[in-house]
Design a protein around this ligand. Structure first.
Ligand code: SF4
Length: 66
């Protein structure tokens, strides 16, 4: 499966691609580079609002906790 088409412009991916946070790296595997990419809530947000969400919004929705 190809990576998400938004990978190189996605704030979440850019910010968290090298993270040690297991939740984020797991979502990257499942969504950005995996089978759930079509269900990403960040994509839905973009479509609905015409602009990307906060970099801290995670693919399944919800925010990364500090
Ligand atoms: S967070 Fe969503 S929009 Fe961003 S690269 Fe991953 S799957 Fe694509």
């Amino acid at each position: 499966m190809p990576d998400c088409e938004l990978l190189d412009q996605c704030g979440f991916f850019k910010k968290y691609k090298d993270t040690k946070k297991l939740a984020c790296s797991g979502f990257i595997k499942q969504y950005c580079k995996g089978p759930l990419q079509a269900q990403c809530m960040r994509k839905a947000y973009r479509q609905e609002h015409g602009k990307p969400p906060s970099d801290d919004m995670m693919p399944p929705g919800g925010m990364v906790s500090a």
